[in-house]
Write a protein that binds this ligand. Structure first.
Ligand SMILES: NC(=O)c1ccc[n+]([C@@H]2O[C@H](COP(=O)([O-])OP(=O)(O)OC[C@H]3O[C@@H](n4cnc5c(N)ncnc54)[C@H](OP(=O)(O)O)[C@@H]3O)[C@@H](O)[C@H]2O)c1
Length: 494
């Protein structure tokens, strides 16, 4: 983690919402418990909720405490210290009433020298108005930063619009666009694995690697969230950000330094090297699906259109994809001819985020039954790295081969708790380190590649291919890899 940050004011717009209560506040508590929040650091939630500080502390005590360890007397002391850091300011960003800004101004007054972080845990259309109003209220100081949650727009044009609006108030170096996947231990370990070990880099290319698979599979569906999800879909919600970020880290060239710009420069080069998928190629290289009723986790679950939601499905509900798979290519010297298969879906058979590097077979096999090596980097659950190698099964007679894994489990190897990605990222924001955050050109390059796929899907009369809940996606996703004699890596991490 970064060095201990200085005393700061962290203002969380949307501080009573799901993201704050489930992720940000538990992460901040853990940081506090680990001694990473400087004395005097305050967390100021903003919402329309009409809460005062005591109400908000009571809400956090009731809703967050059970999800974090407050085991012994020492922890109880930390918990109380954490609660004392919390404040709440009522504001309606869409209203004209300036009193919310005045209350926030009064709370911040006299602390202008502190690092001031505005964390926008709110829908993207609020980003521009929030920044303008905060600036109009005189609250944006030279030591201010702003954190933007995903999604950053719905396409290239809207992402540019948001970036322009926020950029009118904040300098690019003050803007932290978060993708929490980049805070995961395994993701950072991918960089260490590649660039702090000598043995992999010489074979990390098209001469030795057959293909790469990146999978983010969820078992959950979207009950009660159709209103949001109808207008998002798997491509916008997962591929444009998380999966492309992982692809960048696998494919990037070794950066000159581990600093704020070098890594991001290399990631942008990867995004700009992605072969565009346009027009009729979209059907050949992409697949979209939508789950129907099926069995998930041993229980019968409804299809996407029948999820309990309070409102009937619309035209958009029928068209939205809950599964997406893409065969991508990075057109450069290192990766020429190596497919990168990306897939993500809801109501898949098991929850798993992983990167699979499938090596080529040995050039000349002297043993029957050999299989190519495979490196599996698991991001969740149970973060770890597995290298599948061929070994001889013990016994006399003919040599029998068996693929066996060399495994590194983070939980077993490094004792103690694996910190949540948000802990790392929040501490990096407080310390002013943007390395693990997305730069404007990165986000826009990702949208530039995604946009033609979105446009083609949206122009088609064909609906997403159905797949029963609890299965690994539509038939088309299997055909996408079958076509070249490959198969998806299917290994239940449980
Ligand atoms: N939940 C997640 O795990 C997650 C993960 C990644 C990204 N995100 C993104 O983060 C954002 C927030 O997600 P969420 O799930 O936390 O949403 P949520 O549960 O609906 O919370 C929204 C928060 O914003 C406040 N708010 C909404 N409109 C407001 C307004 N006009 N003025 C002031 N406050 C307002 C709400 O409080 P009041 O209603 O009381 O005003 C609440 O605190 C979304 O853009 C989402 O896509 C969420």
């Amino acid at each position: 983690m970064s060095e201990t940050p200085k005393t700061a004011d962290l203002i969380v717009f949307g501080g009573t919402g799901d993201l704050s209560m489930r992720k940000l506040l538990p992460a901040l508590y853990h940081c506090d418990r680990d001694g990473l929040l400087a004395p005097g650091t305050r967390i100021i939630a903003m919402s329309r909720g009409g809460l005062d500080d005591a109400d908000f502390r009571g809400k956090v005590d009731a809703e967050v405490r059970s999800s974090v360890p407050v085991d012994d007397a020492g922890d109880r002391g930390v918990w109380q210290r954490f609660l004392d850091r919390l404040h709440h300011v009522t504001i309606d960003i869409s209203g004209e009433d300036p009193t919310g800004w005045q209350r926030l101004g009064a709370l911040l007054a006299g602390h202008e020298e502190r690092d001031r972080v505005f964390y926008l845990a709110s829908p993207p259309m609020t980003f521009g108005p929030f920044c303008r109003e905060a600036n109009r209220a005189g609250l944006v100081t030279p030591a201010s930063r702003v954190v933007l949650e995903k999604p950053l727009g719905r396409d290239l044009a809207s992402a540019r619009h948001i970036n322009d609006e926020v950029g009118e108030i904040f300098h690019e170096r003050q803007i932290f666009r978060i993708d929490h996947y980049l805070g995961k231990e395994t993701v950072q370990n991918l960089l260490v694995l590649r660039f702090a070990n000598a043995f992999l880099e010489p074979i990390w290319n098209s001469l030795w690697i057959d293909h790469v698979q990146i999978t983010v599979a969820e078992t959950v569906g979207t009950p009660g969230r159709r209103g949001y999800y109808d207008h998002a879909g798997a491509l916008r919600d997962m591929v444009q950000n998380h999966l492309l970020q992982l692809l960048c880290l696998v494919a990037m060239e070794p950066p000159a330094r581990n600093d704020r710009e070098s890594i991001r420069d290399e990631k942008v080069k990867v995004l700009e090297s992605l072969r565009p998928i346009t027009g009729s190629e979209v059907d050949r290289f992409t697949v979209r699906g939508q789950y129907t009723a099926g069995e998930s986790g041993g229980v019968q679950v409804p299809g996407y259109l029948d999820e309990p939601d309070g409102t009937p499905p619309t035209e958009a509900s029928h068209r939205v994809e809950t599964f997406a798979a893409i065969r991508a290519e990075v057109k450069n010297w290192r990766w020429a001819g190596v497919p990168f298969y990306l897939r993500t879906g809801k109501r898949m058979p098991y929850r798993c985020s992983e990167i699979v590097i499938q090596f080529k077979d040995v050039p000349h096999s002297i043993f029957p039954g050999s299989a190519p090596n495979r490196l599996v980097l698991r991001l969740q659950p149970s973060e770890g790295i597995r290298l599948h190698i061929m070994a001889k099964e013990p016994g006399a007679g003919e040599v029998a081969l068996k693929p066996v894994p060399l495994s590194l489990s983070f939980a077993e190897t490094f004792s103690g708790r694996v910190p949540d990605a948000y802990e790392r990222l929040l501490m990096d924001v407080l310390a002013g380190n943007p390395t693990l955050f997305m730069r404007r050109d990165e986000v826009e390059a990702a949208w530039r590649w995604i946009d033609p796929i979105l446009r083609e899907w949206e122009s088609q009369s064909m609906l997403p291919e159905p797949y029963p809940a609890g299965t690994s996606g539509p038939a088309g996703a299997h055909e996408l890899v079958d076509r070249s004699g490959r198969a998806w890596h299917e290994e239940d991490p449980a």
